[in-house]
Design a protein around this ligand. Structure first.
Ligand SMILES: [Zn+2]
Length: 199
């Protein structure tokens, strides 16, 4: 029988508001946890403005994790090897997950925020650039979300650690049907102004 998830994905600004407390990222001048708007509009170099429906985009990506990654035995085995020693399904069975928006600090733009962040508990966050990418390819946003779930499962956030440790969270993508998005530069909490990487 297919695995199914009994809990909810709460989306800050969109659903589950009463249950959501937004944490301090510890780097509020650079990026904060905030709420999503229902839609985001953008234009690519001289192109016509496009609008992305935020909730549907996030839920499509999440459904990929629930229906493709979580039933995969290779993916669960890989999660079990992380410091939290939990299969992905066991991590998810711990309760609801909150998705928050990574909002740029004063004077920064959406292109400056890291691709993802997490509170080490049940909250994952990502910026609007990831949502826009996810509208074009749901597996792209699913990869960002799964990377952050790997941190919730104990994967190191120490970018200065030895390479195997620093790349732990990103490495799960290869075993979780998201290997096409594996980024060898996605180390721990590296953050540079000119190039936003994963948190
Ligand atoms: Zn990371």
């Amino acid at each position: 029988m297919a695995w199914s998830w009994r809990h909810k994905l709460l989306i800050a600004g969109i659903s589950g508001e009463k249950k959501i407390e937004l944490p301090n990222t510890g780097a509020p001048r650079s990026y904060k946890c905030g709420k999503f708007d229902r839609s985001v509009s953008f234009a690519q170099d001289g192109g016509a403005p496009q609008t992305v429906q935020v909730e549907a985009t996030i839920r499509d990506a999440w459904t990929y994790i629930i229906e493709k990654s979580a039933p995969s035995s290779a993916c669960n085995t890989c999660f079990k090897k992380l410091p939290g020693k939990l299969r992905l399904t066991e991590l998810l069975d711990g309760g609801d997950i909150v998705a928050a928006c990574l909002v740029p600090g004063d004077g920064r733009t959406d292109n400056d925020v890291p691709r993802g962040w997490n509170d080490g508990k049940r909250l994952i966050a990502f910026g609007l650039v990831e949502v826009i990418r996810g509208a074009a390819d749901k597996t792209s946003l699913a990869a960002t979300m799964l990377h952050e779930l790997a941190h919730l499962a104990g994967a190191s956030t120490n970018a200065r650690a030895a390479r195997d440790e620093a790349i732990q969270a990103e490495s799960v993508l290869k075993d979780c049907l998201l290997g096409q998005h594996f980024d060898p530069d996605a180390l721990g909490t590296v953050f540079r102004r000119s190039r936003a990487l994963y948190g």
